[in-house]
Design a protein around this ligand. Structure first.
Ligand SMILES: [Zn+2]
Length: 86
């Protein structure tokens, strides 16, 4: 198991799904909604319960990110047919 995904206890306000923890894709650990990319800094969102940003990660970048951290999110793969305007 190389995937480091673990679920935090914070849920997306839009989808109600638990945010996924991603260790340091940028300068800090983040949590994101696997559906829409809402999220923010792990410290802010999970520990301080604030600072959740809608569209924190753009949809396209989100898929790449989830692919990188692991393929556990098969629900993402089934969503790739969704039309997205650039
Ligand atoms: Zn969401």
């Amino acid at each position: 198991m190389t995937a480091e995904i673990s679920e935090s206890s914070v849920r997306c306000p839009i989808h109600g799904v638990e945010l996924i923890y991603i260790p340091k894709p940028i300068a800090e650990d983040i949590v994101v909604c696997p559906e829409c990319g809402a999220g923010g800094s792990y410290e802010e969102v999970v520990e301080n319960r604030r600072g959740l940003i809608i569209r924190f990660i753009p949809q396209r970048a989100l898929k790449e990110l989830l692919k990188q951290v692991g393929s556990a999110n098969s629900l993402i793969a089934s969503n790739t047919s969704a039309a997205s305007t650039v």
